[in-house]
Design a protein around this ligand. Structure first.
Ligand code: ARG
Length: 408
């Protein structure tokens, strides 16, 4: 007797590739396909994904569409920005930080509909397959993961298109030709890589950029923006309090107009190879500068330097797909603890692609004008104390110097 087919939850964008995966799962596995489409701020309409899933034979009750923008910014982007995370010193991790959330939802839906498998459209060469799968296994060790790109033989554009045509999958006109590069977008960033961008010795053409104007096109006049923080998180822009995702969206608008947040980077993928990517993170770039500035007056030097030592490790964990690991959680609690007094306001100046903090204040500031002043400090700091401080710090340097002199 034939067993009732199991269910597989597919991370479905509604685009051509994931539509092909949908059909392929139906044909190659004895699985009922459940689709999950998330709004994480990629600025694409979601309803067409529902229409397309229905057209491909997915039952209405098996179509899940969710707006995750607030959760994404509040529970993933903001915690990451508390650390000032930058992978290999530059990448703000816009794609990496979205994967754990999508995985979490895949697993939640799988549990809700009683599915025993999940599936995703990440290729076999990138970081995203690792991020999806490590996250899913961490949340549900019994889940089965189907990774079509590592299994099927549709590994050329013509084979994919042929499969789509044979199975009545609608192909929009602009998809007939090959896309010039691959894009991944969410509220934090847009990343472009592959195809015309593959040769890192070639300058990326201007049409690659989707959400920032070029610095040359940016307004001739500088703009100022004021960001307020509480517990290390942005809570208001120019005195306007908004929800987390609305704040980031607002910064994206401002940053995009001033050509801020472009990055052209060759990075080391977890899987071993190097790849070249073009990133646009307008709001995130402003937020990082502002967060460092508010920390500069509210974080103790020792705390701040320790954070900076741990940051590359924390960033690498996120890049490598280890969000749901004990070591990321341990570092997160340390980082969150450090943010207790990180509050106040930072003013930033935006001008032709650059963002610079130009003023900062906090009622919890550690900065003491009384101590640092070049004017008379009325005796709160005794300059004579510095003599002993320097003498003791110089002690071993002097001993080393005496040895060198004796030995020469
Ligand atoms: N290299 C980036 C990362 O691993 C982006 C990957 C996805 N981007 C894309 N355009 N397909 O986080």
């Amino acid at each position: 007797m034939n067993k009732k087919p199991g269910k597989v939850v597919l991370a479905y964008s509604g685009g051509l590739d994931t539509s092909i995966i949908l059909k392929w799962l139906q044909l190659n596995y004895n699985y009922e396909v459940v689709t999950f489409t998330a709004d994480i701020g990629q600025k694409e309409e979601l309803e067409p994904a529902r229409e397309k899933a229905l057209l491909l034979g997915v039952k209405p009750e098996n179509i899940f569409i969710e707006d995750l923008r607030k959760e994404f910014v509040r529970d993933f982007v903001f915690p990451m920005f508390r650390s000032n995370a930058q992978y290999e010193g530059q990448y703000l991790l816009g794609t990496a930080i979205a994967r754990p959330l999508i995985s979490k939802k895949l697993i939640e839906i799988a549990e809700r509909v009683n599915a025993d498998a999940v599936s995703h459209g990440a290729t076999g060469k990138g970081n995203d397959q690792v991020r999806f799968e490590l996250s899913c296994y961490a949340l549900n060790p019994n889940i089965r993961i189907i990774s079509p790109w590592r299994e099927w033989h549709l590994n050329s554009r013509s084979r994919l298109l042929e499969f789509a045509e044979r199975n009545q999958i609608p192909i929009s006109k602009d998809k007939k030709g090959e896309a010039p590069f691959s894009i991944d977008a969410n509220i934090l960033h847009t990343s472009s890589e592959g195809k015309i961008l593959e040769d890192p010795s070639e300058i990326a053409p201007e049409y690659v950029f989707q959400r920032t104007c070029s610095p040359e096109e940016a307004p001739e006049k500088a703009a100022f923006v004021k960001i307020r923080f509480k517990n290390g998180d942005m809570i208001a822009i120019d005195d306007e309090k908004l929800e987390e995702h609305e704040l980031l969206e607002k910064l994206n608008q401002i940053g995009g107009n001033h050509g801020i947040g472009r990055l052209d980077l060759v990075e080391g993928r977890f899987i071993g190879m190097k790849s070249r990517g073009v990133y646009e993170t307008p709001g995130g770039t402003i937020l990082l500068e502002a967060h460092r500035a508010i920390e500069s007056i509210t974080l103790d030097r020792g705390a701040s330097h320790l954070k900076d030592e741990l940051m590359p490790k924390y960033s690498e964990l996120i890049y490598n797909g280890l969000w749901y690991s004990p070591e990321r959680e341990m570092l997160q609690s340390l980082i969150d603890y450090s943010q207790k007094y990180v509050e106040g306001e930072v003013t930033l100046k935006l001008y032709k692609g650059s963002v610079k903090a130009v003023a900062r204040k906090s009622k919890l500031s550690l900065y003491s004008e009384k101590q640092v002043t070049f004017e008379d400090d009325n005796g709160i700091y005794n300059q004579g104390d510095a003599t002993g401080f320097i003498n003791l710090n110089a002690l071993r340097l002097k001993i080393l110097a005496y040895r060198r002199m004796k030995n020469n």
